[in-house]
Design a binder for this molecule. Sequence first.
Ligand code: 1HE
Length: 278
Amino acid sequence: MNAVDPSAGARDAEQPVQGLLATLDLLRITRAGPVLHLQLNRPAKRNALSDPFIQQLHTVFVNMPEGVRAVMISGQGSHFCAGLDLSELVARDIDSAVQHSRMWHAAFDAVQFGPVPVVAVLHGAVVGGGLELASACHIRVAEDSAYFGLPEGQRGIFVGGGGSARIPRLIGVARMSDLMLTGRVYDAQEGLQAGLVQYVVGAGEGLAKGMALAQRIATNAQMSNYAVMQALPRIADQAQGLGLFTESLMAAIAESTPQAQERLKDFLEGRAAKVLKS
Ligand code: 1HE
């Protein structure tokens, strides 16, 4: 039987990880059962994303520990993330600038199209590359204090961490243009209305909400989560006919897995939870 208690895992104490992931000094990584919790851990620099920081994030997603079924990302200190480490930008030539952007793409692709769904818990500044990182995640929870901006225009640069591809898919080109051209900053409620985040919670409630969601996600059949992460955004990029065909293939694969068969049987024999309004 697949008994589901979404809050059960949230009560698990988070334990430090061992091995390779424990050596990453810019991330504080703990684990609560099937959920890996990554904390951006450079609060003195407002979690500004230096090259080693991006490489360490990438390392986690290509070395996901056995048994992890969901990830939660949050930020240490008073802000989620101040974006690109601007001190590294000085005197970069065109070749290295392209390589730098491609390094971010590889890391954030590993987040979006990695092995498991990712929940971002956002507070304070979520700006520039910080918003690009958040937009590579699958679920975004904002505390009231969170605010969103793309100050690249003011700094004389452009997004380079996948923001131009991901953020318009969440909020549209018009809203992203507004953020970049006018320096407009959205608060948490505006982020919710625009579609940047799916949840807004009170101060100090983000981690509990994010962990409860991640634990709930971890109870889904793996192939269903895989289909949501890998197939949904690709189908959205396809013409309708192709998308429908891709959907049929994905649906057939998911429903033929043993986990699906077992869950369907559980429901039909009265052992699975009903869908009820919370
Ligand atoms: C930094 C960075 C950074 C802070 N790179 N060092 N991002 C931005 O344009 C945002 C720039 N940062 C800010 O607007 C503010 O720092 C915050 C609103 C995020 C936070 O303010 P506050 O008052 O809490 O902190 P602070 O005093 O401004 O900063 C604390 C320290 O962090 C300070 O260093 P310190 O040595 O003087 O203590 C800051 O210099 C440092 N710091 N943010 C480097 N971003 C792939 S393309 C992506 C393009 C982008 O991301 S562009 C957007 C860049």
